[in-house]
Design a protein around this ligand. Structure first.
Ligand SMILES: NC(=O)c1ccc[n+]([C@@H]2O[C@H](COP(=O)([O-])OP(=O)(O)OC[C@H]3O[C@@H](n4cnc5c(N)ncnc54)[C@H](O)[C@@H]3O)[C@@H](O)[C@H]2O)c1
Length: 269
């Protein structure tokens, strides 16, 4: 991959794994459109990333690489297909094309059996965690295919250990994440020999606000209580997941497609 062909769109970029991925890609020379909703979601019981946090991530990334605008912010809700089309169009117009799309935006709700979860929470979990990935693929894959061959397009999604484990009180979240892994496998098969690949990572318990909300839903004192369930006996840092995503975004992952890579401290063992 040449230096002028490293343009990425990352959703969920205001904090956590998405923000760490923006930083990792920027440091590897990518131009990045950092996308986030940037405000709270009335359907959900915990705060989302803010527009100010997104601005801080963008400023930090540009500062680290001593660039004025290698990373740019973009406010969009991943449930809004037109907004993601606009984000991709912005990346193409600004930087001349698209080489990677990382679907990291995600939300959690539950804490009660599925039949007791408020309908609007269940809908948000399905629409953001699965619908948002479909929307990004619909917008980003055609853009990556617009690159002339030989291509190195990378569609990446953040699934979860919840894609394969039956986690009580998180049924919609498990369903959405299992959907993401199915989507990535089918997309990989569709993309075939185009030069665009599709892969996912499945993080384990990673120290971000979504894990703090998971702890609250389970009545735990805080996210650190999840550390004991991972063979590594600690929470992962967002940067540890981002490093794998950045590898998958790059040319060295050319032999992988349809893969779901655990980055989970052994949680799935
Ligand atoms: N932290 C973990 O333990 C863990 C484990 C497995 C999977 N994951 C997955 O990792 C991904 C990143 O989560 P995180 O841990 O960084 O959580 P996080 O809550 O820190 O970050 C999620 C980001 O997504 C944004 N977002 C939420 N809804 C959005 C929407 N509709 N449109 C655009 N942006 C939206 C939020 O504003 C926030 O900035 C998610 O898909 C999550 O399900 C996290």
């Amino acid at each position: 991959m040449t230096a002028d062909r490293t343009v990425a769109v990352v959703t969920g970029a205001a904090r956590g794994i998405g923000a760490a991925t923006v930083l990792a890609l920027a440091q590897q020379g990518w131009e990045v459109l950092a996308v986030d909703r940037g405000k709270d979601d009335p359907a959900l019981a915990y705060p989302m990333g803010t527009e100010a946090e997104l601005g801080e991530v963008v400023a930090e990334a540009n500062w680290r690489v001593e660039a004025a605008d290698r990373v740019r912010p973009f406010i969009a809700d991943v449930r809004d297909a037109a907004a993601l089309q606009a984000a991709v169009a912005e990346a193409e117009a600004r930087w001349g094309g698209l080489d990677a799309a990382v679907a990291a935006a995600g939300v959690i709700a539950g804490g009660v059996p599925l039949w007791e979860v408020p309908a609007e929470q269940e809908q948000a979990v399905l629409d953001v965690n699965l619908g948002g990935v479909l929307n990004l693929a619909r917008a980003a894959v055609p853009a990556m295919l617009r690159r002339p061959p030989p291509r190195h397009g990378r569609f990446l999604a953040v699934a979860s250990a919840a894609a394969t484990r039956g986690l009580p009180m998180l049924a919609a979240y498990c369903a959405a994440k299992a959907g993401v892994t199915g989507l990535v496998r089918a997309l990989a098969a569709e993309l075939g020999d185009t030069g665009v690949t599709a892969n996912a990572v499945s993080p384990g318990s990673t120290d971000t606000p979504i894990l703090a909300e998971s702890a609250r839903l389970y009545g735990l004192s805080g996210a650190p209580e999840f550390a004991a369930q991972q063979p590594l006996r600690r929470l992962l840092a967002p940067a540890e997941v981002a490093e794998v995503l950045a590898f998958l975004a790059g040319p060295a992952s050319s032999g992988m497609t349809g893969a779901v890579v655990p980055v989970d401290g052994g949680l799935a063992l």
